[in-house]
Design a protein around this ligand. Structure first.
Ligand SMILES: [Zn+2]
Length: 151
């Protein structure tokens, strides 16, 4: 986490730490979720907290490590399964998350770049650690990590 703090914003670093504490461990898909939630809030101009009108539907393979992304999204957005602001759908082939700001007509679809998913799978099979991959994902650019469709 020290290395992350020296290169990324302290806000993102502390959010990643919070998410990892909640989730139980640090990993690349958790960081993807944190970064995706943070990015969606920025684009949709969402203020966190009580009057959060954001609603999220996440489509992804419901197995680890992919499903770790859910806790990252929850930590970053305060949209959770428990408060019914986050819906989860099992989807085998891709990771696509739909964000909608209820009090406006703004919506957004964010895909995790399939190349990144493939690369992470390869790195895992080569023996890379969760922490190492999490750090790499924290550093790479949004444009490499995500495909964003504004609606
Ligand atoms: Zn995990």
């Amino acid at each position: 986490m020290k290395a992350i703090k020296s290169k990324i914003s302290s806000e993102l670093a502390s959010l990643i730490k919070k998410a990892a504490d909640f989730h139980g461990h640090l990993g690349p898909f958790l960081v993807i979720g944190v970064r995706m939630g943070t990015l969606a809030k920025k684009i949709l101009n969402v203020n966190a907290g009580k009057n959060n009108k954001l609603r999220i539907t996440a489509r992804l393979p419901l197995l680890t490590p992919f499903s770790c992304i859910i806790d990252g999204i929850q930590a970053a957005t305060q949209c959770t399964i428990g408060n019914q602001k986050l819906k989860i759908e099992n989807f085998q082939t891709k990771i696509i998350v739909y964000f909608e700001q209820k009090n406006s007509h703004k919506a957004l679809r964010i895909h995790v770049n399939p190349k990144i998913i493939k690369e992470l799978k390869n790195r895992y099979s080569e023996g890379a650690s969760n922490e190492e991959l999490a750090r790499e994902i924290a550093f790479i650019s949004e444009s490499q990590l995500f495909i964003i469709e504004e609606q």
